[in-house]
Design a protein around this ligand. Sequence first.
Ligand code: SF4
Ligand code: SF4
Length: 112
Amino acid sequence: MPDDYKRYRDAVRKKVCEHCIDYDHENAHCTLTGDKHCGVELYLENIVKVVQSVKAKELAEYVKLLRETVCHDCKNQEPDGSCQLRSESECGLDRYFELIVEAIEEVDKSKS
Ligand code: SF4
Ligand code: SF4
């Protein structure tokens, strides 16, 4: 991931990961790996693009674009659009998406 994304990664870690049930505070990293590796870490670059491309700043619009892009390419989403991790609230990206959007927008505002 390019260095430009470091600020987004740091902002999301502080606002989201440090409050997430799957975060290891002692070692300062996410505990999820393998099949459960979180979309926040796997897809951050695309998540930032989604957030920046939404014109109508409404959560439903962000979610729609997230599903059409990031989830569409995620191996956990089924061809019918369903996702078991999402339906069981096991996807950190989905669970904390509103806060992730806020973290990314705060970084962008601090740049302007
Ligand atoms: S599960 Fe996702 S949101 Fe939670 S700490 Fe890991 S990367 Fe962050
Ligand atoms: S909600 Fe499901 S399809 Fe979307 S990123 Fe999370 S695990 Fe992948």
